[in-house]
Design a protein around this ligand. Sequence first.
Ligand code: FCB
Length: 466
Amino acid sequence: MTFPAKFLWGAATSAYQIEGRAPGDGLGSSVWDEFCARPGRVQGGESGAVACDHYRRFAADVQLMRDLGLQAYRFSVAWPRVLPAGRGAVNSAGLAFYDRLVDALLAARIEPWLTLFHWDYPLALYREGGWLHPDSPRWFADYTRVVVDRLSDRVRHWITLNEPQCFIGLGHQTGLHAPGDKLPLDRTLLAAHHVLLAHGLAVQTIRAHAKLPPVVGWSPTGEVPLPATEAPEDVGAAREVYWHVAPDSVWNMAWWLGPAVLGAYPEQGLRAYGAAVPRFTDAEMRTISQPLDFLGLNIYHGYACRRSGAGAVEIVPPTPGHAQTHNHWRVAPAALRWGPVFAHERCGLPVVITENGMAAHDSVSLDGAVHDPQRIDFLARYLGQLRQAVADGVPVLGYFAWSLLDNFEWAEGYRFRFGLVHVDFATQRRLPKDSARWYRECIRSNGASLPLPDPAPAGSADLVRS
Ligand code: FCB
């Protein structure tokens, strides 16, 4: 049981979390700049103003990636760097940065995977209505066109949107992330509908204008429901939860994957949201539902489910003291098996893990190194389960560790370190952690260096649609 021969090993970052804002070079503001400036919204009053100063240090960071043996690097383009007002005038200095980054990656034989939107929405467009504006899908498509025209002679891999559940759920419904709105459900679902249309139009734009044959996907996320046992009833219970839409929240897979991949909003979701569902047309559904080359999944955690005697689904509470990460996410390696299995069996698309990793209490030890055995253990366990998904029959094309560098963790500021490489935010010194060397060996051996897998559990093969 191994990873496929062409399996791609990478690491991921996003623009606002690492780039920093200096020198501005014509950069426009994003909703995150404005959100960070509001008292009390971000831990410690921190912001992405400096972050990892990657905008100035990208060449050295690409060298770090090369030392790590990365085969691919997932980064995002900052929309307001390219179009300071979100639309209209193009900032050539901003575009030139991504030009240089892509060239440096290719020179290092690292495949660029470009995410068009990882949450740093142009503030000017937000002030015009943002994702609630009926023109917002078109604004995103126009921005996509600018990036495609400039970079698609070298970039093949495209991700339209990162985690719509987060920037709509946390950003527009609960207000914990930028822009900090607390919209009622009907407005939240209208914004979500525009996001879905933006995704569809962007896919069309990429396909129509890319110079190299494009490989296109997107990256939703979610905590994965896991079967408490291998019994088919429990697997069925977890699958049911995976596709369930709760009446008051957009934290689900079905509302996003339904339109984008299966061509329709899910029936159960339509019932759950009821009158809050926006009006939409068949033509819009066709726009949203574009053929994709892969499904990106960002997977960090999970929780167990089982079928009760009476046939209901029960959530199984964790054992007291269950392992958790620094930011209190439950360690649940099987999420990297069942997430891909459940998504693939219904969507039929190849899967790429576009984010996975953990925050640990990392610091520089007296011996000058950063020892992060928990991260090594976490990655080994999760990757073992991803290998199990491959054995179950899921075509998994690649894996991106989150993250290359410690960085700005949104509303949590800098307190949670997710990097394979430690960053001293006072000096910007980079120091590969023990896990970086471990991951390098994992990449070099195409996963053969991982600990021996658990024996393949019975009954797993029939979970995957052939
Ligand atoms: C994901 C985000 C990413 C990072 C990780 C820890 O939800 O996509 O930017 O914050 O979580």
